[in-house]
Structures are given as C-alpha cells and as structure tokens.
Design a binder for this molecule. Structure first.
Ligand code: M3P
Ligand code: FE
Length: 306
C-alpha cells in the first residue's frame, strides 16, 4: 500500500446504455459476481477474489463512460487527512454520505486535473470471496467466463497529465512507476499506490474526463489467452491482443462491453517497491511501450474512449 494510506482502486462506477445487456456481459462474459441492486436501479458487482461488497457499479444512462473511480484508504482518520490535503492543493472536495452506495461508508469526492471524478473511502462491508477464511479452498465453485481475481487498474485520458500526476504523487502518495516522457514532461504516467506496477494511468491525449479502459487481473498468460477464447466464443466485441505491453511488461487482451466501455484482462507486470527506479520511454518509442511485439499504434485503440 502507498506509504500515505491509499490501498487500491476499490470501485469503478460506469454508465451503460442498456442495463440488461451490461449485466449479461459483466456476469456471463467477464464472470463477475452480482452483489446487489439499489433503489436507483444501480447494479453492483465484485470479482470473485475480492472480499469487499463491490468493485463495479453500473448505472443506466444515455451515454456510456466513467462516473467515478474510488480508492480505498486504510481508515477514517486517513480519509480526513487526505481530504484536507486535496483541499490544500486547491481542489474542492465534497462528501458523499455513508449509504449512498450499498454497504459503503462516506466517500470524499473530487475532480482531477484530467477531468475524471475520483473518490476516497475507508469502509465497505466485507462479504468474502465465496470460501471460508479458515481452511480455505483455492477457488469457489461455479466461476463463469473470464473470472478475474480483482479490479486491477484504470487508464484515463486528459490534457493535464502533469496536474493529475502532481495531485496523485504529492497529495495521495502514489509514485510514477513508468512514463512516456520527454525532458521530465509526462505524455503518459503509470502510477502505483501499492506493489502493483500500476493502479492508475494517465495519458495526455484529448478527452477530458474520459475513460480508456478498466482492467481486471487474471492469474496467468494462459488465463489471458482463455479470456480471448471466451471473448471469441461469446461474440463479444474484441479490440486488441492477446499481446504484451512494453510499459509494465503486462500481458493483455482488450475488449468492449455492449455500451462500448473498454475492458482489459491483464496479468503479469513486475512488483513495485518504493525504492525502485522508475522507467522511462521516450516519445519516439511509444509504439514499443504500448505493444512490444507489434510496435505499432492502432487508431481505434488510441482514439476510442468513453
Ligand atoms: C496499459 C497497461 C495506452 C496504454 C495502455 C497500457 C492506452 O493498458 O495496462 O499497461 O496508451
Ligand atoms: Fe491497462
């Protein structure tokens, strides 16, 4: 966890165009577990190996995309301290009361310089991973589809990468693990609050507030290949891969939910420690940083965001 008390991306709230089609995608193709529906019609999901109540919340709307991304912090005192830090940085925070999300404590909400809405929260009910915590098994019965173990990271677009990096680094305690940068100016920044190679990534392309993808972690390269098989067998909209990133060294396949929000099944990458030197890619090497085998940028991959 970050030395400043932020643990992980804890939930993503997405807008979808057709809730029924979205629920089919996230349960049958992705293989998430539905954990609740609220009075406003929002549907809550978790990955099987997450213990907290939810990591994905869907809301039906006439436009797809990201409503907000929530990071879990260690405790309520840390939430207060970080909220004060965001205010002091010059960004307004607002409190969303406990219970506004099912099973969740109060959240502190703010908008990053790249335009996305983020939240911090400290409490969410623990519902378990479908197995006992004493003498557990290795996986619950009846897993479906791709069945990722956890929400892994989110990648967002927006011009002011420098501003979002400063906020996440100087206030929230994240570190830049890798970047595409030139003379210290970031075109893309991969940031960690944990031992993961990235928890959030910012890419400096036009698209204020836009989402490029949400990534779910699978255990192995063969699980990435199996994810691609599931995508093919279910006639899910495929984007790119299976292949490997240069930046992060992760292995990946990208696809779309029925509303056009991009998903990634991701594995690998290396372990991050706070004393590890960050890696840099120069802008001319962007194609290799993104896809180490193809060494080519694909228009649709670069330009489609929600
Ligand atoms: C990843 C990753 C883009 C970079 C993508 C990289 C969209 O998704 O997990 O390392 O520029
Ligand atoms: Fe990714």
């Amino acid at each position: 966890m970050s030395m400043n008390g932020v643990m992980r991306p804890g939930h993503v709230a997405l807008r979808v165009l057709d809730m029924e089609a979205a629920v089919r995608h996230y349960t049958d193709v992705l293989g998430l577990v539905e954990t609740g529906r609220d009075a406003r019609g929002r549907v809550y999901f978790k990955c099987w190996d997450e213990h907290d109540h939810h990591s994905l919340v869907l809301r039906e709307a006439d436009r797809a995309g990201l409503d907000y991304l929530g990071f879990k912090v260690v405790d309520e005192a840390t939430l207060d301290r970080l909220a004060a830090g965001i205010d002091a940085f010059g960004i307004t925070t607002e409190t969303v009361p406990a219970g506004e999300h099912l099973a969740t404590g109060r959240r502190v909400r703010f908008t990053a310089p790249t335009g996305q809405v983020f939240e911090l929260y400290a409490s969410k009910d623990v519902v378990g991973n479908g197995m006992p915590t004493v003498n557990p098994g290795i996986q619950p019965a009846n897993l479906k589809g791709i069945a990722p173990v956890r929400l892994d990271h989110v990648l967002v677009y927006g011009a002011d990468v420098e501003g979002s990096v400063a906020l996440f680094r100087d206030v929230l305690g994240f570190q830049v693990t890798e970047s595409v940068s030139d003379n210290g100016k970031y075109m893309a920044a991969f940031m960690s609050c944990s031992t993961k190679v990235h928890d959030i990534a910012f890419v400096g392309l036009p698209g204020e507030g836009k989402l490029h993808h949400i990534a779910f972690y699978v255990d192995s390269w063969s699980d990435v290949l199996r994810a691609a098989d599931v995508i093919s067998m279910t006639e899910t909209s495929h984007d790119l891969g299976p292949t490997r990133h240069g930046a992060t060294r992760g292995q990946t396949v990208y696809f779309f939910d029925p509303s056009g929000n991009r998903n990634e099944a991701f594995t690998g990458g290396y372990m991050w420690y706070p004393d590890r030197p960050p890696l840099q890619w120069t802008p001319d090497e962007l194609p290799r940083a993104l896809f180490i085998h193809e060494k080519k940028l694909r228009d649709e991959f670069m330009s489609v965001v929600t």
